[in-house]
Ligand binder design. Structure first.
Ligand SMILES: *Cc1c(COP(=O)(O)O)cnc(C)c1O
Length: 448
């Protein structure tokens, strides 16, 4: 074992890992990053086709982002964000307010996605309390949802792997059956449905709408659930029903924001605005821990009063609005605006999806290939016709992951769902390479 890896295991408890697995697959010591490539200390190259947990947007060590952060660090590294402010944050919010869905204009910073979710939940509850609806104390969320790992965020989530064990210490959430387009109970497809599955939302709103502050939703893409993709119509319907029941529509765009779905924000596909939106991950291009929620004047104004009224939002994080993070985020916006990255990514997305369908769909264990933007997911099943999943205990996805690592591709499947969620700058030659390697590994683990 690499001596650094050995030392790592002596001290470090890695996230989302059974540490015993590291006996056979020690941590890979990354020395340097460039574009979509990572290099370990032995000089091996890896294609980061999962954007280092979906956050790297424009490549590792992007020269323009590097430059912006370097410039900022010699000026100001951090400052308390209560009563103080700085140019990078002001510029960032002004710019974001111009590209966000209509009405989203008041920004509150946190330093990770889960915290942004929790701050947004608190704001929603407090808004209702301060506008004469103190009975609105509950939250709705979809089945298979993922909103982060802290206790509140975990509560609204519904991925067994992360939540099940902790149920006794989590909040009681009203659960709405999420769209399941691959195994649609109504026998429809994404292209021809009218979101018949929305009937469960209608039922829950009728029953619990009056006591609900907000519904949280990952727009169009339930990422951690296995890149489950559903049509924009569902969001439109949510907008309508939220208005009817005075429930906030809380968009978790932490994974979908900044071009991941082919538009700047996933909600744009639906042509409606949420009341609150959470952003992180791509916000700083994957450079710095930074997150925020952004909301409307209407919600903001319900907190705006004389101090003695007790209506302020007394929520803080030490690193709120960190200038280094904001400067990285501004550089990300510079690049997205200047270089027509999004346009190129859109063209490449078409190519990527075509070759993935061509290469993988014929395989006997590939149930579905689904895609949105540059994100593509391949759902492995035991039986194509019955759509019966593989036996999870076999850890097929994990076996494929280990094989692909040896061949220089980071796949990290979600259970038995292989996916690609590359930086937006991925080029065709890399798409060819990662799909060839992934197919090779699939064929080694599940031979035809
Ligand atoms: C990653 C993620 C989060 C949590 O963000 P952290 O920064 O990891 O706390 C929340 N929601 C979604 C949709 C995510 O993908």
């Amino acid at each position: 074992m690499n001596y650094l890896a050995e030392k790592d295991l002596k001290y470090i408890w890695h996230p989302c890992s059974q540490m015993k697995d590291y006996e056979t697959l020690p941590p890979i010591v990354i020395d340097k990053g460039e574009g979509i490539y990572l290099y370990d200390t032995d000089g091996n190259r890896y294609v980061d086709v999962i954007s280092s947990w979906w956050c790297n947007l424009l490549g590792h060590c992007n020269p323009r982002i590097n430059e912006a952060v370097k410039k900022q660090i010699d000026n100001l590294e951090h400052v308390i964000f209560a009563n103080f402010t700085h140019k990078p944050a002001i510029t960032l919010c002004e710019r974001l307010s111009k590209i966000l869905p209509k009405g989203l204009c008041k920004f509150n910073f946190t330093d990770n996605g889960s915290s942004a979710i929790e701050a947004a939940m608190k704001v929603s509850f407090q808004y209702h309390t301060q506008t004469g609806n103190p009975q609105k104390t509950r939250f709705m969320a979809l089945t298979d949802a993922y909103h982060g790992e802290t206790i509140g965020a975990l509560s609204v989530g519904d991925c067994d792997l992360y939540t099940k064990l902790y149920k006794p210490i989590l909040m009681d959430i009203i659960r709405i059956k999420s769209p399941d387009c691959y195994r649609c109970p109504y026998g429809k497809t994404r292209e021809n449905c009218c979101c018949e599955c929305f009937e469960d939302a209608e039922k829950q709103f009728e029953k619990y709408g009056a006591e609900t502050a907000a519904i949280l939703v990952e727009p169009l893409l339930q990422g951690s659930a296995g890149m489950k993709i559903y049509p924009p119509l569902y969001l439109k319907k949510l907008r309508e029903i939220c208005d009817k029941y005075n429930v906030h529509l809380l968009a978790d765009e932490i994974a979908t924001g900044f071009g991941r779905t082919g538009k700047m924000f996933a909600f744009e596909h639906a042509g409606v605005s949420p009341d609150i939106m959470c952003l992180s991950k791509g916000l700083t291009g994957g450079y710095m821990p930074c997150a925020l929620f952004v909301t409307t004047d209407k919600i903001y104004n319900a907190f705006y009063a004389d101090y003695g009224s007790g209506k302020a939002f007394m929520h803080s994080h030490t690193y709120s609005g960190n200038p280094l993070a904001c400067s990285a985020a501004n550089a990300v916006l510079d690049i997205l605006e200047d270089d027509s990255v999004l346009k190129q990514a859109k063209e490449n997305a078409k190519y990527f999806n075509e070759i993935i369908r061509e290469k993988f769909l014929p395989h006997k264990n590939v149930g579905e290939v689904r895609s949105i933007g540059l994100i593509n997911a391949i759902e492995l099943v035991k039986d194509k016709t019955t759509k019966e999943p593989l036996d999870g205990k076999l850890r097929t996805g994990y076996q494929i992951y280990k094989k692909a690592l040896k061949k220089g591709v980071i796949l990290r499947p979600l259970g038995d769902i292989i996916y690609f969620n590359p930086p937006l700058i991925i080029e065709k030659k890399d798409m060819d390479f990662v799909t060839d390697i992934a197919l090779e590994c699939l064929n080694e683990i599940l031979p035809e």
